[in-house]
Design a protein around this ligand. Sequence first.
Ligand code: EPU
Length: 417
Amino acid sequence: MDKIIVEGGRTLSGVIAISGAKNAALPILISSLLTDGLNTYNNVPDLKDIHSTCVLLQNQGAHVEMNGDCVTIDAGDLHNPEAPYDLVRKMRASILVLGPLVARLKKARVSLPGGCAIGARPINLHLKGLASLGAKIELQHGYVEAKADRLTGADIFFDTVTVTGTENLMMAAALADGVTVLRNAAREPEVVALADVLNQMGADIQGAGTSVITITGVSSLHPVSVSIIPDRIEAGTFMVAAALTHGNITLTHCEPGHMQALIEKLRLAGAVIKISDKSVQVIGPERIASVDIKTLPYPGFPTDMQAQFMVLMSVASGLSIISETIFENRFIHVSELQRMGADITISGNAAVIKGMPYLSGAPVMASDLRASASLILAGLVAQGQTEVHRVYHLDRGYEAMEKKFEKLGASVLRVKD
Ligand code: EPU
């Protein structure tokens, strides 16, 4: 297993290009199951989760080819309604095949994904929504079994905002009879990106990006050739790196409009941020100011940036409070940051962070994707060497991260454990 060794204390500067967004690519690749013919996707990031998705789609009968950042998928021969435990357990987003499989094959048998390090992450809202569309749902032997001769449009209210839940139902409803209205829908840019792709396939989806999405079902969808939107969380992670190291980093190929909550908080922390069309320059402050944050569904502050922002607050000039309202167990990185000298106290869903003059390098263990990124960021401002173990989490969601850091002048080295 690989580990990453970070030598702290360097000021990062330079220009890097942001990759395609993992959380947009996953549902978009899966939406190919709704079509019969060859789909082409560009700007697909080279990540473990993308490879897992391609294997899953092949398992369902799709023909998949990967060539650099281009993935082609032809689901003309879609025939297997079963997504087995071994494939689904590797990646929770696999549950996104449920809607398309029922819509196209009239049935699906998909392993329940189970909990993960950051929380229980139930899928009750996916299932309730599909049942409202007329699917008969049963839970048997750890699998969701869904059947529907024909899905029928319905009015669906989410009592919690769910990103993949909104995406799953949008895909199922695209091929249903009649009109579906999703209320309290997720407004994330990745949801909008999926809706755009479905519309290019011939779907009729209005309102994506607002909390009410209206889908008028059509009888079939056709293949598309599309490009994946930039990864706002990868971009945000490098923006925090600039702020942390008093650096000067320019990100290209990004979408500043998707990162307003983070930009606002980084400015309050003292960073200078210059925005142009598809690029952002972040100049870190001499002294980082303490800022409170509360994670919220988009357009609020993203939970996927909480761990990284906490590292910034660990070396800020005062006290800050970070409240995590999306996942019930997303503070696992705290104990590792404490081992590096961070002064953090957790009380319920809030963490109180007293900024320290510096952190100190230590061996640490990554527990999930964003926690891994936060530990590397912590290593950048720690005195001495930080060893981050279990970095396979990182490979699920950050393309060539250590190479990008290296380009910015950091010492971030991957070695075999
Ligand atoms: N929830 C339910 N019932 C459901 C679905 C969700 O109670 O049926 C709850 C969850 O337990 C959670 C909240 O709703 O408390 C929000 O969860 P959501 O469903 O929005 O999360 P997700 O769709 O499983 C996506 C991203 C996550 C990101 C969250 C929140 C993908 C593939 N994953 O997950 O990304 O943290 O939205 O923004 O899009 C990551 O990239 O590191 C990551 C975890």
